[in-house]
Design a protein. Sequence first.
Length: 183
Amino acid sequence: MVTQRFVTIGYIHKSVGVHGEVLADVTVPIDAARIGDLTVWIIPPPLGFRGGRIRSMVEHSNLVKIRFEGVDSVEQAKPLAQTDMVVELDALDPQTRAWVLSATQDPHGSENVIGFEVTDERYGALGSITDTIETGANDVWVVEGPYGQVLIPVIDQVVITVDCKRATIEVRVLPGLIEEDPR
């Protein structure tokens, strides 16, 4: 199992209302009674607001209307549009944490990640997963892209995040696994 420190809990679509509310898609089952206990980071962080606690969260159509502490106007809310909301995995209640881990555990080492786009924090876009190789120790993802074929071991030190909704994976490639010059 790949462990994570942070997990994406949703995506902010746009600002709504005059009091700094945003319309978001929350992708994990969060206990509404504990929502105020969570510190949420915004990725990528807009100028002036890196994140904070959620003041209120109300269902709105098929999305959720959220108000953050420190965001009190439409001008403050607009830069939050088209960003991800991220929390520390350990800050989630045990049921939600178990749900998140089981939801992200399935793709590791299975055909479910075929086609996922892989990005490395240093090299950028590596390409997409075309195959999974099962080994005795851990699975290995075969990624085809600008660096040719890159073999990514599915281990804690390498896999940073898996976003099943967006079919993306962020990794930290070990030294020596990528030729320095892309084709």
